[in-house]
Design a protein around this ligand. Sequence first.
Ligand code: UD1
Length: 379
Amino acid sequence: MMKPVICVVGARPNYMKMGPILRAFAQHMPEIPALLVHTGQHYDHAMNAKLFADLELPKPDVNLEVGSGTHAVQTAEIMKRFEPILDTHGASAVLVVGDVNSTIACALVAVKKGIPVVHVEAGLRSFDRAMPEEVNRVLTDQIADLLYTTERSAAGNLAREGIPAERIVFTGNVMIDSLRFNLAKAIPAAETMQAAGFPGDLLDGPAGFGVVTLHRPSNVDDPAVFAALIDTLLTASERLPLVFPIHPRTRGNLERFGLLTRLEGKRIYLLPPQGYLEMLGLMSRARVVMTDSGGIQEETTALGVPCLTLRENTERPITVDQGTNTLVGRDRDAILAGLQSSLHGDGKAGRIPEFWDGAAAQRIAGHLFDWLKERGEGV
Ligand code: UD1
């Protein structure tokens, strides 16, 4: 019996990366079965099942149902529940994507059992260890046997950390595979607004609209910081109506800090977390996107839509160097100036980075198949 490649997802940003990988595996390495494990880090319908359906992801073979917790509890719980899966099914490799707690937890279990770890989206660095994702990235890359990268700068970061060059393969951006695969199915913004109980033509004004997403602890967990950001967004919304699909953590904090009332009657429209096709529909038509998400910095670059990143740093420098992204941090003047340029058509136009071409997963599947074959798997 051939041992499977165990593919791990845990949280929302993993799903758009895994969708194309599983499709490419089915096409290019059908000899080696893929087994999909969901850790259950995200579990709300809107954060989870809806996206699985949008991305045509198969139902997970296993769901570990870990749910929320502190970082220690969540990571430990994933590790405890993942180990027996490896014992039951065996694995020719464990493939993890991105930088969430599920990524490091499952990679760590695998490496200690002598199972090769494959990391997709390796080598990205914000150089900010206060971000939990940065710690997850550095540690996962240290224990990975094969590191697939989305941009060339990643190889330099990995070299500085002592990772041998022969483990690193530049294959491109699987998240953009998903974007290209699904763009034609994007749901129009008017339908999304209607589904959320707003008039369908609310965003049809001459100025167009902007999209906001915020969920990083550094932006939304501190009442003073979050209140100042909301204030800036309220000023921005006087110039451009803003649609704000809201992460559960962010909504919880808006309520807890008493900030919800400030938004009443204003042109910031709160939506529940959106599906993938709804987000594509909103972002692709937006005049500007303001975000602290990693994936959205890449998606806006691929869409050619100006992006203002409300962070001091980015682990995805190519979106700034070549794409449409501008780092504005939390500085009110920088945010409003960025908005102004976007509205005047002076936002960054950018170009599409190398290998953000819709075929990254195919390159990964081809390479991984040969690699496993060399190790005596699958033949
Ligand atoms: C996680 C990832 C982050 C990613 C984000 C995308 C880590 C360290 N962070 O952050 O990199 O950008 O997902 O969304 O892995 N919650 C729900 N329902 C859910 C999931 C979460 O209500 O389905 C709430 C819970 O209150 C939970 C909180 O959100 O405590 C945070 O969830 P968690 O998975 O710990 O981290 P995220 O902030 O979502």
